[in-house]
Design a protein around this ligand. Structure first.
Ligand SMILES: *[C@@H]1O[C@H](CO)[C@@H](O)[C@H](O)[C@H]1NC(C)=O
Ligand SMILES: *[C@@H]1O[C@H](CO)[C@@H](O)[C@H](O)[C@H]1NC(C)=O
Ligand SMILES: *[C@@H]1O[C@H](CO)[C@@H](O)[C@H](O)[C@H]1NC(C)=O
Ligand SMILES: *[C@@H]1O[C@H](CO)[C@@H](O)[C@H](O)[C@H]1NC(C)=O
Ligand SMILES: *[C@@H]1O[C@H](CO)[C@@H](O)[C@H](O)[C@H]1NC(C)=O
Ligand SMILES: *[C@@H]1O[C@H](CO)[C@@H](O)[C@H](O)[C@H]1NC(C)=O
Ligand SMILES: *[C@@H]1O[C@H](CO)[C@@H](O)[C@H](O)[C@H]1NC(C)=O
Length: 431
């Protein structure tokens, strides 16, 4: 073995801030994205719903929890006391994971059903593959990973095989924060969601790059940045007194084919009660717009599409603007339709949405159409624009909590790659 290789290996395993990754799989029946971690000792693969808006991870501990390393988090520990909100819990059943005395309890929530319960927390070993940005490597362990030990009742509405939720929200207890083992390195993670049924996308933790996708494209070089905005009020009864754990960005206008859509500017900003603004959500399948915005946006889209000789046809719910698939040309970035730009802090900082991300193909016996994949969120939604999963696929997003900014690439298809192009062949860095 050559000397440089040995030195590399030594630095790599001793590094306190190695980069980690997880595959991200889309469940097509629920349109949910799931990540796979290794939990417990010995490590067992565990599928969890990916959620950007939850401050901690929770897991159903009632289904045969076997591990040699778990312990409860005492209520009088300084960590528990720093968690807000929390409760102190006793349990009068036989001791088990999620059943201890003087235990720190949290309020896990299911974002699909909005159901929430009180559940004891638990500490156990978590492992994720390390990465050099190109391939996965050996597992790296976080021995004292804190999560909430929920039960089966909270799994309703979640994809088959999913036993909990991975919380990637803005908090010291989130998954990205807990795997940022070097606390001097600010918490940075990145997501690249794939819509492919056969090839997963990927999430990177504890690294600001490189992020390589075949053929040798480092997407960390293609990021454009916009500030992350803190919403002063959480969205649930339990969290409304605290800043929200969700990620908001400052969309200042929406353009269709480069022309600004007339929108009520008040709705684009977050007020002191947490109403309004734009957030990113991996548990919302299609981007949701407040009614007046939805109306103005779809009218602008229809009018610009007319210039491409596209005439609307019968709509397929929940969408309202659809075109016969036979009339729509296809391009490298999906169906040829007007571009949609989410403009941020200045005119030259915009997130461009091409047909691949704006349109949904619906092919069935009575219709073969491309529909505009945005939905009407009603007249008084808490958040005016919720950017959903379909619009996030084949885009790379980097959340940097140290610099408090979002890096985004817009569609990566023009770079001749896709989120499904990460190379999951495991290599052994220790060789
Ligand atoms: C928590 O309480 C237990 C039992 O009362 C005590 O032994 C322990 O020292 C306390 N820990 C802290 C950090 O206060
Ligand atoms: C908690 O304490 C009570 C009262 O001392 C005891 O009956 C119970 O078994 C304990 N529960 C557990 C899970 O140890
Ligand atoms: C789950 O926990 C909730 C809240 O603690 C409780 O009401 C419910 O009975 C539990 N369900 C099951 C299946 O254990
Ligand atoms: C995280 O912890 C640091 C240091 O204890 C604290 O200053 C900060 O407010 C915490 N952040 C959150 C979101 O709880
Ligand atoms: C804009 O939205 C705000 C908040 O919903 C509302 O109070 C105001 O009347 C709206 N302005 C216009 C011109 O519709
Ligand atoms: C639209 O159709 C008209 C009439 O068939 C044709 O002259 C025009 O070139 C078409 N425009 C585009 C953008 O395809
Ligand atoms: C994937 O990575 C492995 C290990 O580095 C390499 O041998 C293989 O050629 C790569 N596959 C592709 C398609 O790039």
């Amino acid at each position: 073995m050559s000397l440089p290789f040995t030195i590399f290996f030594f630095l790599f395993v001793s590094s306190s801030h190695s980069a980690l990754l997880t595959p991200i799989t889309k469940d097509h029946s629920t349109r949910q994205y799931t990540v796979t971690f290794y939990l417990k000792t010995p490590p067992q693969p565990t599928n969890l719903l990916l959620h950007l808006g939850s401050s901690f991870t929770w897991l159903d501990c009632t289904q045969k929890y076997t591990s040699s390393t778990y312990h409860s988090l005492p209520c009088n520990s300084s960590l528990c006391e720093s968690l807000d909100p929390h409760a102190c819990s006793n349990c009068f059943n036989p001791p088990a994971p999620g059943c201890a005395n003087n235990s720190c309890a949290l309020f896990p929530e299911n974002p699909v059903t909005q159901q929430s319960i009180l559940a004891e927390s638990l500490v156990d070993s978590l492992a994720l593959p390390t990465t050099d940005g190109r391939n996965p490597g050996q597992l790296s362990h976080v021995p004292e990973f804190v999560f909430s030990c929920s039960n089966t009742s909270l799994l309703q509405g979640l994809a088959k095989g999913v036993t909990g939720l991975a919380g990637l929200g803005r908090s010291n207890l989130s998954l990205p924060a807990q795997v940022s083992t070097d606390f001097s390195l600010p918490c940075v993670f990145a997501l690249c969601l794939s819509g492919s049924a056969s090839s997963p996308g990927v999430g990177f933790f504890n690294t600001n790059g490189p992020y390589y996708f075949s053929p040798e494209i480092d997407l960390s070089k293609s990021l454009i940045y916009t500030p992350l905005i803190v919403n002063p009020a959480g969205s649930t009864i339990i969290t409304y007194l605290h800043p929200s754990d969700e990620y908001f960005i400052g969309v200042t206008s929406v353009k269709v084919n480069g022309k600004a859509v007339q929108l009520n500017a008040t709705l684009l900003t977050v007020d002191q009660n947490g109403i309004g603004g734009t957030k990113i959500s991996t548990v919302t399948p299609y981007t949701v717009l407040e009614t007046s915005m939805y109306k103005a946006f779809t009218e602008a889209f229809v009018s610009e599409s007319a210039g491409l000789n596209l005439t609307v046809t019968d709509a397929v719910k929940p969408f309202t603007v659809c075109y016969s698939a036979a009339d729509v040309l296809s391009t490298r970035v999906g169906p040829a339709v007007p571009t949609v730009d989410l403009v941020m802090q200045s005119d030259d900082v915009f997130w461009r949405i091409f047909g691949w991300n704006s349109m949904i193909r619906i092919a069935r016996s009575d219709a073969d159409v491309w529909c505009l994949g945005f939905v009407d969120g009603g007249a008084n939604p808490r958040t005016s624009i919720v950017i959903g999963g379909h619009q996030l696929e084949d885009n790379l997003l980097q959340f940097d909590l140290g610099l408090n900014r979002l890096g985004f690439t817009s569609s990566i298809l023009p770079h001749n790659t896709a989120c499904a192009n990460f190379n999951f062949t495991t290599i052994n860095f220790l060789k």
